[in-house]
Design a protein around this ligand. Structure first.
Ligand SMILES: Nc1ncnc2c1ncn2[C@@H]1O[C@H](COP(=O)(O)OP(=O)(O)OP(=O)(O)O)[C@@H](O)[C@H]1O
Length: 249
């Protein structure tokens, strides 16, 4: 039996072992080992701690230097076709995600990449737009949408592909309270497991398993209450000081 079969059978959403990644002369991820079957996994850490890099690694967008990684039993780097069905990511900035001139084209792209015919994809796009009450957006120019509307297009594009895991890289940071609550409520209802990366402990307080990342290393992981309490205590202690050297990069 292969490792992939094992992690599929033990129900692990994430199975990372000793993952290391260097960018330039900086070690961005150090020996990250993370196994979780939780449906709601939070990753918390300061600016520059490696959260976005880890989100991209989990989404199969960045190969690691060493270590192993499986998402729902799938090697998301090597098996890109399976990865498309397994994991979808929402970026902080929708302009980094949207590449097509119209909403319909944007939503269709991932579906045709997954092997759906144009007709099948068009049917699925119509269904997802209708589900979100946005059928009138089909021909809208993506560049003309507001930040929140673009983020909703990205969310619909991910949901349309029905991945087993949705990775959120702080997608709510530029949204107003109402939009954030509405998108958050929708995400809390989807069948997919969620891996949510954030520097904000409040957004992860209801999560099943929280991982605290600092300087590319896991400091602590476990129940949200324990990990977030320790994180907040340390952030308050650091915030009370005047040293800005951590932001030097
Ligand atoms: N392509 C790259 N080349 C060099 N350094 C990089 C690269 N990508 C990331 N880094 C460095 O890796 C570290 C982690 O970056 P990352 O964006 O993953 O952190 P983050 O926790 O998401 O930060 P933030 O909360 O500020 O978005 C940073 O010091 C960053 O400068």
């Amino acid at each position: 039996m292969t490792d992939a079969d094992n992690s599929e059978q033990d129900g692990a959403v994430l199975a990372l072992d000793a993952v290391c990644l260097t960018r330039g002369d900086r070690q961005v991820l150090r020996d990250v080992t993370l196994h979780s079957r939780a449906r709601r996994i939070g990753i918390v850490g300061r600016n520059g701690s490696g959260k976005t890099t880890l989100a991209r690694v989990i989404s199969g967008l960045v190969p690691v230097d060493s270590g192993t990684l499986k998402v729902c039993g799938v090697d998301v780097v090597r098996d890109r076709k399976a990865a498309l069905r397994t994991v979808g990511i929402l970026f902080q900035n929708p302009d980094h995600q949207i590449i097509f001139p119209t909403v319909h084209e944007e939503l269709s792209f991932g579906l045709t990449q997954m092997g759906q015919s144009k007709t099948e994809a068009a049917r699925r796009v119509a269904a997802i737009l209708s589900e979100f009450g946005k059928s009138h957006w089909a021909d809208a120019a993506t560049h003309s949408l507001s930040h929140g509307q673009k983020q909703l297009v990205c969310l619909m594009a991910v949901i349309a592909m029905a991945p087993r895991v949705v990775v959120l890289d702080e997608p709510f940071s530029g949204l107003d309270i109402v939009t954030r609550m509405q998108l958050g409520r929708y995400l809390s209802q989807i069948a997919a497991a969620v891996v949510h990366v954030s520097h904000d402990p409040a957004s992860l307080q209801d999560y099943d398993h929280v991982v605290w990342l600092d300087a590319g290393q896991i400091v602590q992981q476990g129940p949200a209450q324990d990990v977030l309490a320790a994180y907040v205590t340390q952030m308050k202690a650091l915030g009370a000081g005047d040293d800005l050297s951590d932001l030097a990069g």
